[in-house]
Design a protein around this ligand. Structure first.
Ligand SMILES: Cc1cc2nc3c(=O)[nH]c(=O)nc-3n(C[C@H](O)[C@H](O)[C@H](O)COP(=O)(O)O)c2cc1C
Length: 196
C-alpha cells in the first residue's frame, strides 16, 4: 500500500467541508448503492456491522422526518437531495453466524449481555456513519451530518416495526461552496494527542 495522492487527501479531509446549502442536482439510486457498497467495507468490531441506513429521497418521506428535526436543520434538510438516517439494529448479532463464522459463540455472547450489545451497536454504528461520510466524499458528494433531531420521535416514525434505533442524520448532495462560512479551527497535535 502507498500513500494516496495529495489531491485525494484534500478531497477526503483537508478541503472537505460540512455543507448546508445544496445545488439543484439529484443523486442517482445506483450512486447510493455504490456509496453503501464502499462504506460497508469499513471495519467494525467482530465484523458486527450494526448500522442500518435509511436513504430519504422523496419530499413525502422528508415530510415524515420534519416533526423530529430541530428547527435550525429544517431548511438544509428539505433542500438536500438525500437525507440519511444513520441507525443501528440492536439485534445486529443475529447475523454473526454469517458475518463472523469462525466464532460460533459470538451471537449468544451478545444475546446474553444487553449492555455489551448496546455499546457495540452504538460504537460501531457511529463508525459506520463516519465511513459513509468518507465514502460519499470519495464519490465526489458533499455531506452535512446532524445530531439536532429527536431520536425518540424518529424511532417512532420510522422504526416502530423493526426496532432499529436512530443515531444521527446526514444530508448528502452537491454543496454550494459559496455559502460556506469560515472553517472552524482544529486542535493542534500538542493539544489533542499524547506521544508516549
Ligand atoms: C455528529 C455530528 C452532528 C452534527 N450536528 C449538526 C446539526 O445538528 N446542525 C448543524 O447545522 N450542524 C451539525 N454538525 C456540523 C458540525 O458543526 C460541523 O461538521 C463541524 O463544525 C465541522 O465543520 P467543517 O466540516 O465545515 O469543518 C454536526 C456534525 C457532526 C459530525
Amino acid at each position: 500500500m502507498e500513500t494516496i495522492d495529495s489531491q485525494a487527501i484534500k478531497q477526503l479531509f483537508a478541503e472537505a467541508r460540512t455543507h448546508g446549502h445544496w445545488q439543484d442536482r439529484g443523486i442517482a439510486a445506483d450512486t447510493l448503492r455504490e456509496l453503501y457498497d464502499i462504506a460497508v467495507m469499513g471495519p467494525t468490531s467482530m465484523n458486527t456491522l450494526p448500522a442500518r441506513f435509511v436513504f430519504i429521497t422523496t419530499p413525502c418521506a422528508k415530510q415524515k422526518l420534519l416533526p423530529a428535526l430541530a428547527e435550525g436543520n429544517h431548511e438544509k434538510t428539505l433542500s438536500a437531495p438525500v437525507t440519511v438516517i444513520v441507525a443501528h439494529d440492536p439485534k445486529f448479532f443475529t447475523h454473526l453466524p454469517v458475518l463472523f463464522p469462525h466464532m460460533p459463540q459470538a451471537e449468544q455472547m451478545f444475546a446474553n449481555n444487553e449492555a455489551l450489545a448496546s455499546e457495540t451497536a452504538f460504537r460501531n454504528g457511529t463508525l459506520q456513519g463516519a465511513w459513509l461520510i468518507m465514502a460519499a466524499r470519495a464519490l465526489g458528494l458533499d455531506c452535512g451530518p446532524m445530531s439536532g433531531f429527536d431520536k425518540t420521535k424518529t424511532d417512532e416514525i420510522f422504526f416502530a416495526e423493526n426496532g432499529w434505533q436512530s443515531n444521527f442524520l446526514i444530508n448528502i448532495g452537491y454543496g454550494v461552496k459559496e455559502k460556506l462560512h469560515e472553517r472552524g479551527k482544529r486542535l493542534s497535535f500538542e493539544q489533542a494527542c499524547m506521544l508516549i
